[in-house]
Unconditional design. Structure first.
Lengths: 476, 476
């Protein structure tokens, strides 16, 4: 297929600014012409991705699908790039306005429209914070499982954009497994609806699933239908030490084969646990272990928990992890979780870093880890690895440490390319839950050939003929 | 957007036949020029959808993705329509070669390529029969849950095409929830791959999920990666009688709210149970009940089953269904399941019929049932309803019975339109698990507006610019 022509955008002018203010109201359009606006544009020029900054010309705070529609139709007509934005907690730069133009914030569309306890469905706007929904449904004995580490600040619209996961995915699945319908606005301004409070749907193409993970490049999601499930009433947490990098993965496979599906199954190499302990000032319970699994089981009765802990202990013993630590109180469990959750922060405060979100078939995770270590050694790059063993999702943190700026800038892309090639060779891909966004695009040809990329570009054109929506994202 | 131009196909000639035989080998190309071929074309001219028949010019039995690629590239070049076909058990006519041309059978691509017990994934070709896979993985203590009624003869490729469901969907989800990767051939002949043995994947557009439910209109799936889960070791089945049409749905909502997720939750109105009993010569256990729920629970220990049965019994009692019958042996359970599974057949041997596959939010299923009965009464059409209460998926069987041919032909489409309008008004859609295919296309504008339909057409064009793949399916 033909190579994509370079997108031609129009410069954003005072006329555009005035037109936008007429379209949606002056109070919802922020620009450099006052102090508040200037501050907002500064905020919207970055997200949680490294230290990247791109300043937009203007920010629009949408209140409704109709406003989103007006803004997008205007942008398509005028050839102005639009970057949709939720909480800006993304790690792949999908919310960065790399071509300037309009940042379209969905943060004010933050209403939980309905928690339907008869159908076990929630209907929400995209700006609802993940944890806010989780708490609201928990009050009704219900459970929305996806729990990205940023759940206290990230928004559900962003969760959909990247198909967010988190530790519970191993038992409960990821964001896509809970979304049963969306309302979304096409770049042309048309509002489309698909699905709803429907657990089965074989009626036309699955627009809902296509939009999940599309990082705001195809449409702007303005309403979301989410499945809820009963909240488990019991859970128990175990930390298991291993004397090799391979045994945890073998143990995970054996757990599933024994009929156990843990509700979390987190992997930490020694350095990761140490970093988490340092960060939280907690003692390291297993200073001599080579690798660790943090395993949670949940259920609805003590008998169910006991059955699972028994299976767990029998299986782990076979892999030399008899000496596991059971968190025997919610407080103790929370302390272990705090260690696990603070690893990312601990690693990132320590040095200039780049985080990769590799995913492979879960049984080959130790092999990936070995290859990562060996590749990093070649390039003189330090690394700390941890992640979701149950999903084969390994977060690889590459650290600059003592490397010179020149060495870091020249060697890092080569090192990452080699890591992704190893990931591909093991049957894996570039991102498990963080997305491709802006910063991983260049690595996509490692895992997709020309046919897949051309097809994805054709899908993009079908949604966004003018190419105004979140340009330079997802596709290389 | 512009109206779709009428597709122009070339007539299939002797030259085409010869070319196809050269492409894939004469033994794999069946045509009218010998007795075997003529018989095959007769078989491929219909599926399980009513009594519809459309004869193809030729059938190609593919053995590999490369052969599929050659056939599709040829068909695109020559503008010959291609209808992919699995077992032909579909109920929406998606496998009918309505424009003649080539039937592309995937039935010979029936290898289970791998059952990976380390990663709990199966890799299969599209022609594997659903039950064959289920049995093969069960031997390893593993479980592939989707179980359409035709599981003994339908093929996994067809299951993907329609996003097949079945009774277990209420706890375990539908086909889309188990597919983590595909290899597929585009109409242009290009082979694309997406996903794999990967439980998380946020890398580019989700081609896998877009292909599921697309009924062979976008690409031909040639390899499938399926998630497996541990096989529950215990289950128990209960038949619960209710004295109203509404109470079963309220009871289902209450069960979920009480923390119970049944592994099956089937609804039968009185006439449906009676039909099933007649068909199987079983006595009707509850001749005076107005409606029935068939409820299954499963798990990994007796304690887990007991806890669930206790919850079940407490909740059902609140809805007047204290008198429930527990199937206290696998044989007794199998007899109840046989009654349930034979309803479809029982209804269809009784009369000329049309089956609709409505789906609504599960709590409004009784309201849908009442509206269906009232609409049918207006048009003098008899109906028998049953289905998956846990999913709000109601199979509505409309029966000709004493209606004249003229009345049946003129009134039925009006009656169906009214039923789908009621479905839409209740937040539902046209098909839960049977698909749109050929026979439901005309009803799609009831649930989708011009924007959704134009977008779906644009997606179709992105995959199939020449429009040769399964024309006149899915979209009106």
């Amino acid at each position: 297929m033909a190579k994509e022509p370079e997108q031609i955008f129009q410069p954003f002018t005072a006329r555009h600014l005035e037109a936008l203010r007429k379209l949606v109201g002056a109070d919802r359009v922020l620009a450099d012409d006052d102090a508040n606006g200037a501050e907002a544009l500064e905020t919207y020029s970055h997200d949680f991705t490294e230290d990247l900054r791109f300043k937009p010309s203007v920010a629009v705070l949408a209140r409704s699908a109709e406003e989103v529609s007006k803004v997008l139709a205007f942008a398509t007509r005028e050839r102005i790039p639009v970057t949709p934005r939720g909480a800006g907690t993304g790690l792949s730069g999908a919310a960065l306005p790399v071509r300037g133009g309009i940042v379209l914030s969905l943060g004010k569309m933050n209403r939980i429209l309905e928690i339907d306890t008869d159908n076990l469905m929630a209907v929400v706007e995209p700006g609802v914070i993940t944890e806010v929904l989780q708490n609201a449904v928990a009050e009704k004995g219900l459970f929305y499982p996806p729990d990205p580490a940023s759940r206290g600040s990230c928004m559900l619209g962003g969760n959909l954009s990247h198909c967010a996961g988190g530790p519970r995915a191993v038992k409960y699945g990821v964001t896509k497994d809970y979304v049963y319908g969306v309302e979304a606005v096409l770049p042309t301004g048309e509002i489309v609806r698909h699905g709803g409070k429907l657990l089965k749907n074989s009626t036309g193409y699955n627009l809902t699933q296509l939009l999940i993970g599309s990082e705001g490049t195809l449409a702007v999601i303005t309403k979301i239908f989410l499945k809820l499930i009963p909240m488990p009433t019991r859970k128990s947490l175990v930390l298991a030490p291993f004397d090799s990098l391979e045994k945890p993965a073998a143990a995970v496979a054996a757990l599933f084969q024994a009929g156990l599906t843990p509700s979390a199954c987190e992997y930490m190499e020694r350095e990761a646990l140490e970093a988490g302990c340092r960060q939280t000032s907690e003692p390291n319970p297993f200073p001599n272990a080579t690798a660790m699994l943090l395993l949670e089981v949940d259920g609805f009765s003590d008998a169910e928990i006991d059955r699972q802990l028994e299976t767990l202990s029998t299986v782990l013993e076979r892999f030399g992890a008899a000496d596991m630590a059971l968190a025997d109180s919610p407080e103790r469990a929370e302390r272990l979780w705090r260690i696990r959750r603070s690893i990312g922060e601990a690693v990132k405060t320590r040095a200039v870093y780049k985080e990769e979100d590799t995913v492979v078939p879960r049984f080959v995770l130790p092999e990936l880890l070995k290859r990562v270590k060996s590749i990093c050694a070649e390039y003189g790059v330090a690394s700390v690895c941890y992640g979701h063993a149950g999903d084969g999702n390994l977060h690889v943190n590459l650290l600059k440490e003592n490397l010179s700026d020149d060495a870091w800038n020249s060697e890092l892309p080569k090192c990452i390319t080699r890591i992704f090639e190893a990931v591909r060779d093991l049957g894996g891909t570039v991102s498990g839950e963080h997305g491709v966004g802006y910063v991983q695009r260049r690595y996509l040809p490692i895992v997709y050939g020309p046919a897949e990329l051309a097809l994805m570009r054709a899908i993009k054109r079908a949604f966004d003929p003018a190419g105004i929506l979140n340009p330079d994202k997802t596709l290389p």
